[in-house]
Design a protein around this ligand. Structure first.
Ligand SMILES: [Zn+2]
Length: 164
């Protein structure tokens, strides 16, 4: 790491601390040549390969802005979006790969978004999965209904066993 002031090729670490979210380490460095101090941030690199082949660093902000459009008019707060973006990052990082397809990010968004708000989920899925007919929406809604029945419908199903 070159000193940003005098380009000296060496520097000494004077302090290092982990960021609050644990994904990066910030180091204070001092240049032995000019004595000035500067900071560096170290993160495990994670790059996104877009559909056009261009690679860019993973950004939670991009996840948030992408999902926010789908959440317009829905009871979803900025805090909810921040948590969602964090979960998406954890999911894609857990693959252990330093490079991830934009497509896989879209997939990683679907599950937490569905928990957050089903209308926003349908909107996002319709764009991401390129729904092009009413049937696509019907299928997605049917799937939501089936899953509701499995998870949330347990209480309503209780009388069936109550007679025994
Ligand atoms: Zn220097």
């Amino acid at each position: 790491m070159f000193c940003p002031f005098c380009r000296h090729p060496d520097s000494r670490v004077v302090d290092s601390r982990t960021s609050d979210d644990g994904t990066s380490i910030r180091r204070r460095r001092q240049c032995p040549n000019c004595g000035r101090r500067f900071s560096t941030t170290e993160t495990a690199s994670l790059n996104v390969v877009k559909r056009n082949g261009v690679t860019e660093p993973f950004s939670r902000d991009k996840i948030v802005s992408g999902v926010r459009k789908a959440c317009q008019g829905r009871p979803v707060t900025d805090g909810d979006l921040a948590v969602l973006a964090q979960r998406v990052e954890e999911t894609v990082r857990s693959s252990g790969s330093s490079q991830i397809d934009a497509n896989d990010i879209g997939l990683a968004i679907l599950a937490p978004l569905r928990e957050l708000d089903e209308v926003a989920y349908l909107r996002f899925a319709s764009v991401y999965q390129a729904f092009d007919s009413l049937e696509d929406f019907e299928d997605a809604i049917t799937q939501l209904r089936i899953d509701h029945h499995g998870a949330g419908g347990a209480g309503a199903a209780a009388p069936a066993g109550a007679g025994a």
